[in-house]
Design a protein around this ligand. Structure first.
Ligand SMILES: [Fe+2]
Ligand SMILES: [Fe+2]
Length: 175
């Protein structure tokens, strides 16, 4: 895509605003993950959430550094989408009775969050490339890879958790 200088200024403004929203998103996820860890009954799931909490804390620092370099201002924006996804996850946890159903709902909610993050970082990486910010694009690509890995780990765990829930009869007794 060819951009003219005025387009570049607009894109830079959009890029910085989106980084600020990404910072809010990561900070909110950092606050939500300890509850997800606490509510998990499957040890593998709790471990995956703990690992991703450490990665998420790293994402906060990386996005702050990107913002510092891009604008010198590390204040946060507001990511309305993540607030809605977290609030929905909290409702689902409340609605889930059986522990294996709770694990299933935790995985489903967490995967929605990971997919949202993947969309955000895929876009931010592309915009950094368009702006000629190759180092920033590499850092954003690195974050994107961690979100993809977290999603894949959750998919693998969901195979075990779904099998456990099915064999314990929770699917059939619910009806
Ligand atoms: Fe993240
Ligand atoms: Fe994530």
């Amino acid at each position: 895509m060819k951009l003219f200088s005025e387009n570049i200024e607009d894109l830079r403004t959009l890029y910085i605003a989106s980084l600020k929203k990404a910072l809010d998103m990561e900070q909110k996820i950092t606050k939500a993950l300890p509850t997800m860890i606490e509510e998990s009954t499957d040890p593998q799931l709790a471990k995956a959430f703990r690992n991703h909490l450490t990665e998420t804390q790293g994402h906060v620092t990386k996005v702050q550094n990107l913002l510092r370099e891009a604008s010198g201002d590390v204040s946060t924006g507001t990511c309305k989408a993540i607030a809605a996804l977290i609030s929905e996850a909290e409702d689902n946890i409340k609605d889930a009775g059986d522990p294996s159903i709770r694990d299933i709902t935790l995985i489903a909610s967490a995967q929605q969050v990971e997919h949202h993050e993947m969309a955000i970082y895929g876009t931010l990486r592309n915009w950094a490339e368009l702006l000629g910010q190759d180092e920033a694009a590499d850092i954003l690509e690195g974050i994107l890879d961690e979100e993809k890995n977290a999603d894949e780990t959750l998919s693998n765990i969901s195979d075990t958790v779904n099998t456990t829930a099915a064999s314990s009869g929770v699917y059939t007794t619910a009806h």
